[in-house]
Design a protein around this ligand. Structure first.
Ligand code: TYD
Length: 234
């Protein structure tokens, strides 16, 4: 058995912190676990990330954007996620294919069925077992992220940082208008309605500790089929 856990939410919802905390708790309990993020997670996918999120690429058309996110995802699934799940591990991923439906679909108005087909090609049909959605009004999320992005950093604004790392980058999608981000949020809520058994919706206004506790409450009962690391070597 394996477990594929994803975190989704609007900008600034705190999902990257929660993904990292969950990873740390699972690792501390000796479960075989990795934490990763999209777009990114492999050297090739991180290079694609730089292209697709670069603020200077304002001329990028929506088809290019969608194909780039999909290409990054195909490499990530094949090189990192799928092999780890095949070993019986737990993969915690900060954003996955639901972000494409929310951003490129509900946000940019691309056809949802076409995006689903493309996603099936990119993922080989892999779907998360559990998806946490940290809900926050679009304006609040953007304000939170803008503040975080203004904190000083030595890192390049588009460095392929892991999800836990310091000040956040302000990217090409963040720079879109409020109406776009509101469509993304209602898109996520539509996706939740379509598949309520997979999604866990959490209010991102809760404290980080309260959110972590609720997430653990959902995950703990699902761990019975996962063998802790010492068992793997036995
Ligand atoms: P990131 O800085 O990682 O933002 P966040 O902290 O909000 O996750 O940037 C990822 C951006 O890419 C984010 O704006 C959502 C967007 N995105 C898509 O539009 N489509 C996708 O398929 C994925 C994975 C992300």
């Amino acid at each position: 058995m394996s477990l594929f856990i994803t975190f989704e939410g609007p900008e600034g919802s705190g999902k990257s912190t929660q993904a990292r905390r969950l990873y740390e708790r699972l690792a501390a309990a000796s479960y075989p676990v990795i934490v990763t993020r999209e777009p990114g997670g492999t050297p090739i996918s991180d290079l694609i990330r730089r292209i697709v999120l670069d603020l200077q690429h304002s001329e990028m058309v929506s088809t290019t954007e969608t194909l780039l996110f999909s290409a990054a995802r195909a490499q990530h699934v094949a090189e990192r996620i799928q092999p780890y799940l095949a070993l019986g591990g737990i993969v915690v991923c900060d954003r996955f294919a639901d972000s494409m439906l929310a951003y490129q679909g509900f946000g940019s108005g691309q056809d949802l069925d076409e995006l689903r087909t493309l996603t099936r090609i990119a993922t080989g049909g892999l779907r998360p077992d559990i998806t946490f959605y940290l809900d926050l009004p679009a304006q609040e999320g953007l304000d939170r992220k803008r503040k975080a992005a203004q904190r000083p950093s030595n890192a390049s604004p588009l460095s392929p940082r892991p999800p836990e790392a310091g000040p956040q980058e302000w990217n090409r999608l963040d720079a879109r208008d409020l109406a776009y981000h509101e469509r993304v949020r209602s898109g996520f809520l539509e996706l939740v309605k379509l598949e309520p058994e997979r999604w866990q919706v959490l209010d991102a206004h809760l404290s980080m500790d309260e959110l972590s506790a609720r997430i653990w409450h959902v995950i703990e009962p699902r761990l019975s089929g996962i063998r802790p690391l010492e068992d793997h070597t036995a």
